[in-house]
Each structure stands twice: as C-alpha cells, then as structure tokens.
Design a binder for this molecule. Structure first.
Ligand code: FEO
Length: 395
C-alpha cells in the first residue's frame, strides 16, 4: 500500500495482502485481506493504532517512512492476535521511545504471545482517554469481538472510530476508503459469519453502545474505511437481529447419486412452494460461503449418504461448523440415503447441540429413493414452507 490520508491528522499506513488465501489455516480468503494500521497526529504526540501481520512488517515500515514518521509516542494495540500485533516487536526495536497502550487483558496476551517486556506498556481502562495535543483518543473495551481483550478507539474531535476486527472485512482494495458497496457488503457479511456470528449477543451490546457516539467515519483493522458509518452499522443490526429470511440451506454430499436425487426433488418442492433454497455441494463449496448463507437462513437441511455407519465427513464437518458458528437458524432436518444401516441422524443431531432449532422429521431412503421417499420429501417441503409462512424473503 502506501501512506494515505483518510482525514486530517489520520493516515492509513497498513498493508494489503492480495495473495493470502487462507486465514488461521481455516478461513478461505477469496478477496485477500488487509491489515489496517493508522497514524493519528496530535499537536504534541503521535499514535500508531495497531501494527500488521509479521509477514508485512516491511510494508508498514515503508509506509511510516513515506509518511515522515520518525517518532511514535504511543503504539495503541487494540487486539493481541498476530495479524495486528505481530509486527509490534520490530516496531519497538526501531521506535524505542514508543509505549504500548492497551488494556490489562491485552497486555497479558501480548506478553504471552510476543514476549514483550512489562516495562513497555501503559494500560488503559474502559472510557479512559489519551491526549495527543488537541486530539483525544478514548478507549472502549469490547470483549468477545472476537477475543476477550479486544478494544476499540474513538478519536473524539474527528468522530472517527477505529473498530479493530469489529465491522471489518477480509478484502484487499488499493484505496482505503469504501468504493464498491455491493462487493464490500458481501465480504463484510462473510467476515461477520466466520468471525463474529458466534458472539452475536455480545456484538449486539457493542452496537447499542456505539449508538451513543457521534460517528463520521469507521476505520476497521481489515478491509475498507467507511465514510458513512450507517452503511456497516445497519448491516450489522440486521445480521445480529433475531430476524431470519425465507431461506432453506441444503448442504449436501452424494456419493452415487441417491442423495443428490433427494436433494434435487426437495429443492424443487421447496421452490414450488415459494421457499428460497440454496443447495451447497460440499465437495466444492467453500466454508466461508456456507457460513455467509447461514447468517439469515431459517432452515438447514443436511443431506448425506451413510458412510461407515454415519454421515459423510464433509456433512459432519458442515454440521460442526454450523454448531460452532451458532447462526439464528430456527429449523433443521436431515435427509439422505443408506445401504444397510447406521446412526446418521442420531450422530448429526448430537453435533447440533448449540443450535436452538426445531428438528423436523428426517427422510432416509434405503438405496435410491422410491415413491414413499418422494412423498416424505414432499411432506418435508410442505412443513418447511408452512414453518416459513410470514417470514420475509431476502432483500
Ligand atoms: Fe484480525 Fe482477530 O484478528
């Protein structure tokens, strides 16, 4: 990237990672990502808000040089995860005067993860402020976004919120300010699903708290800067609400065609009844897409052949993911085919324990589906359509 002014006194100095395709060795990144860091200059002090992933330290240092930053008073560390904190040790070597400003929990984690010495820290509490000379940083503790030590930073005079991971998106874009609303919203929804959705209740509380702040700009630590905060805040209010959409998600695997036949029949039966459906063939659906669609689906129908007495591992993985992400699903069903027996339904249901769903009657065919299986699938579609009655469609 480069050092780019996003507002008077504020420069974006972070790094783009166009090529990264996997985060935490788990989350696919189809649009790359960015590790955003910001310089805030007051009349007397300079603060760096967050660092970058250790693989991008050189880029951050180049940007600081380009911005003419020769002195850093405060290095504000909002979150100890290495994609924002990993470059801190090298920054502290080059800017020996810098003090790491963070909360007690984050300090302990930075000492554990990066072996930083205790003497380098200044700890702050919720609501505490730091004067940079005419510019005031106010710290807002925001635990479980998505780690327990996360904090946000509000620049009072400019009404800018540095929101850390919160409200971000895994998206690499050459300019820091939002350009493409549709693309950004897709990336932000996927990011919310993968990272924030398990903490939906806490996220809602943080959103409520932000309502009391005058905001002109939100600058997260991934993705783009939002010059119109309502763009992302309204989306988060919708995603974190209890409202689901008239959408059934059908993650499936078929080994020899029987389960696929059942999925296709069910999908058509749902479509005929006015239910939006997304079948996800798990042999090539990336888990980020699946997570994104779980954000506002009302129903999930897991469709699987029976393998070694249970669900296909890819379907078992999808169930594990859905259970871990805790979407606001309301209904779940299991369909599929078996050769001679097994405990597919029991095993899958046991792995959905975190979900507050009503479990609908399963449909399991012995071998290829026959008339009675088609009738059962049709009935399942009718039940789902009835359960979805009155639920609005996706915009
Ligand atoms: Fe972007 Fe939780 O680190």
């Amino acid at each position: 990237m480069a050092a780019i002014k996003i507002k008077d006194h504020i420069l974006a100095v972070g790094a783009l990672d166009w090529d990264r395709r996997l985060f935490d060795e788990l989350i696919p990144l189809p649009d790359g990502t960015s590790y955003n860091a910001y310089i805030v200059r007051g009349a007397t002090k300079t603060a760096l808000i967050d660092a970058v992933d250790p693989t991008k330290t050189a880029e951050l240092l180049d940007n600081l040089q380009e911005a003419g930053v020769t002195h850093i008073d405060y290095l504000v560390s909002q979150h100890a995860e290495q994609d924002h904190a990993g470059a801190i040790p090298e920054i502290l070597e080059l800017f020996e005067e810098a003090v790491v400003v963070t909360n007690e929990k984050c300090k302990a984690m930075l000492m554990d993860l990066l072996l930083l010495p205790e003497g380098k820290f200044m700890t702050v509490g919720d609501g505490q402020t730091l004067d940079l000379g005419g510019r005031t940083l106010e710290f807002i503790l925001a635990p479980w976004v998505h780690w327990p030590e996360t904090m946000l930073t509000y620049l009072r005079e400019d009404r800018v919120l540095f929101s850390c991971d919160f409200l971000g998106a895994h998206l690499a874009q050459s300019q820091p300010l939002l350009r493409d609303e549709a693309r950004t919203l897709e990336a932000a929804k996927r990011y919310y699903a993968e990272i924030m959705m398990p903490f939906r209740t806490q996220i809602r509380k943080h959103l409520e708290r932000l309502q009391g702040l005058a905001l002109e700009m939100i600058a997260p630590s991934h993705g783009v800067v939002y010059p119109r905060p309502a763009f992302i805040l309204d989306a988060y209010r919708d995603w974190t609400s209890d409202r689901t959409r008239n959408l059934a998600l059908v993650p499936f695997v078929s080994m020899h065609g029987s389960t696929r036949e059942m999925v296709e029949f069910l999908v058509n039966a749902l479509v005929r009844r006015g239910v939006d459906v997304i079948p996800c063939n798990l042999t090539h659906t990336d888990i980020g897409e699946l997570a994104k669609e779980l954000v506002d689906a009302s129903t999930v129908v897991l469709a699987t052949p029976t393998v070694l007495g249970g669900a296909h591992p890819a379907v078992a993985g999808a169930a594990f993911l859905a259970n871990a992400l805790r979407p606001k699903l309301k209904f779940a069903a299991i369909i599929g085919s078996y050769g001679w027996g097994g405990r597919t339904v029991e095993n899958l249901l046991a792995s959905l324990g975190h979900l507050k769903v009503e479990v609908l009657e399963p449909v399991l065919a012995k071998g290829f589906p026959t008339d009675k299986d088609y009738r059962a699938l049709d009935k399942l579609a009718a039940v789902i359509a009835e359960k979805h009655r009155g639920i609005s469609a996706r915009p």
